[in-house]
Design a protein around this ligand. Structure first.
Ligand SMILES: [Zn+2]
Length: 506
């Protein structure tokens, strides 16, 4: 939720926010947030927070262009032999009643989310996905290309600030990387991946750190988020099946270590003191942690891996479902295009439902699809039975001058432009908005649409005013929250197809 006051987020009907552990590990660091009273207090958000493990950002930054593949960008290096057969997609009854999404997603009643397995969702940064979106808009592509690599640029800028300061919170030494056989890895970010974890270099101060399963869980504990996620290796699409399998098993072993740390959090009486002793070797603190923050109940999600391979997905489903996770995420590479993505989701959901049917005694667990947030994909996922999603699209689009809009608005704009618009969003830069005194969307009651015209927002774009990003974020977040609200009503009233027709161009 960059550049947007939390009050606007609240008033946009946002229910849950996702925070990225990796960026918080870089700065200000989880133990600092802990000493300031936790993430909720730190950013003045009293609703639920989902944090990721820190792994996704790390691996997607490290894999660089390969990470595009995770987001289904076409790649010429695709190995034909691993192309999956296209399968008929079965529409399954949805189990959820409460889904929402934003760059930051939420559930209104903080107390109810743990009881109501369906309420929340998250968001993850992926500059690669936005790259894909923007590249669809050919007219603006070259201009916007620079924006999409925002994170990358930040990285290289920040590299200059490198200090000699070195910190290794766990004093963990990683010595072997014999199984690190991924090509194209950006070793300026990830130095090694092995059984212990991932050794990476901070883009902020150049220090070398290790992200281990234990550290990921400890960090999420220190941040005080409500929903937390296990550490996994997010492999790109173009790695071999052999590596995907090896990596999947290693991620599975990491999950056991995550659960073990999570068990400590919940059952160790002096856990704060234990962490204090552990962290104080490197992070001096005058405040005793055992009296600082009361332990709060957190809920842990496991992640299904297995890439695009059906048999591996099944193995991972069986493994993850056998463990006592509160919820289940679908992660890893989903292929290079929509067909593959839908096929992987379909397979995974089939295995998941088999697991659920086989173990009817077990409570039904919420299912989250990691990093997916295009409106068409959300409808596909919802129909498959996925409860929550996360994606950076609404807020990142906003910061780059795009506003999300419904089919009717797009059709009206197409008439004026005399060309097709193949996206779910429009750029405010277009000259047609120069003298347009309508709001972004007449049917939208968000702060931006209530108070500003397209012409004014177009003007902000022209003068490069940061307020534009804020105002478009408010609109896009409201838009997504409205979409998810209508989806929930559609599920309840069994009118999901009609809702889909309203929100997506057929
Ligand atoms: Zn609006």
């Amino acid at each position: 939720m960059k550049s947007t006051p939390i009050d606007f987020i609240k008033k946009s009907d946002t229910q849950i926010i996702l925070s990225n552990t990796f960026h918080l590990l870089i700065q200000p660091k989880p133990h600092v947030v802990f000493q300031l009273g936790g993430l909720h207090k730190f950013m003045n958000w009293d609703g639920p927070i989902l944090t990721d493990s820190g792994g996704y950002q790390l691996f997607s930054m490290a894999y660089g262009t390969v990470s595009n593949e995770i987001k289904r960008k076409n790649n010429t290096s695709v190995n034909e032999s691993v192309k999956k057969k296209k399968k008929n997609v079965k529409i399954r009854e949805h189990n959820s009643t409460n889904i929402c999404i934003t760059d930051t997603i939420t559930s209104k009643d903080k107390n109810s989310f743990s009881d109501n397995k369906n309420s929340f969702s998250n968001n993850k940064n992926s500059f690669s996905e936005d790259k894909n979106n923007f590249s669809e808009d050919k007219n603006n592509f070259s201009e916007d290309k620079n924006n999409f690599s925002e994170d990358k640029n930040n990285f290289s800028e920040d590299k200059k600030k490198i200090s000699k300061k070195k910190m290794d919170i766990n004093n963990t030494t990683v010595t072997d990387d014999d199984d690190n056989d991924i090509k194209n890895i950006n070793n300026k970010i990830i130095i090694k991946i092995n059984e212990e974890g991932a050794v990476y270099k901070s883009y902020y101060d150049g220090s070398t750190n290790v992200l281990t399963p234990e550290l990921s869980i400890q960090s999420q504990y220190l941040l005080g988020s409500d929903l937390i996620v296990v550490l996994d290796e997010c492999t790109p699409y173009n790695v071999s099946k052999e590596y995907t399998e090896k990596s999947m098993h290693r991620s599975h072993r990491w999950y056991i270590r995550c659960l073990s740390e999570f068990y400590k959090i919940n059952h160790m009486l002096n856990y704060n003191n234990y962490l204090y002793k552990l962290y104080n070797k490197t992070c001096k603190s005058d405040i005793k942690w055992d009296v600082l923050v009361k332990k709060k109940k957190q809920a842990l999600y496991g992640i299904i891996q297995g890439g695009i391979y059906e048999d591996l997905r099944k193995k991972s489903c069986d493994f993850v479902c056998s463990l006592p996770f509160f919820g289940i995420c679908i992660g890893g590479s989903l292929g290079v295009n929509k067909e593959m993505m839908y096929s992987v989701i379909n397979d995974t959901m089939n295995y998941l439902s088999q697991n659920i049917e086989n173990k009817t005694k077990k409570k039904k667990r919420p299912i989250h699809l990691l990093g997916i947030g295009k409106i068409k994909d959300i409808f596909y996922g919802v129909k498959q039975g996925i409860d929550t999603f996360d994606c950076v699209i609404p807020t990142r689009l906003a910061r780059h001058g795009y506003f999300l809009c419904n089919v009717q608005t797009i059709q009206n704009i197409e008439k004026i432009l005399c060309r097709n618009v193949n996206n779910e969003y429009i750029k405010i830069k277009l000259n047609i908005f120069k003298t347009d005194s309508k709001p972004l969307e007449t049917c939208c009651s968000c702060y931006t649409c209530t108070n500003y015209t397209r012409a004014y927002l177009h003007h902000l774009y022209k003068i490069n005013d940061n307020l534009l990003g804020t105002l478009l974020t408010v609109h896009n977040v409201s838009y997504m929250n409205r979409l998810m609200k209508e989806i929930r009503v559609g599920i309840k009233n069994e009118t999901l197809d009609q809702v889909e027709q309203k929100w997506t161009k057929q």
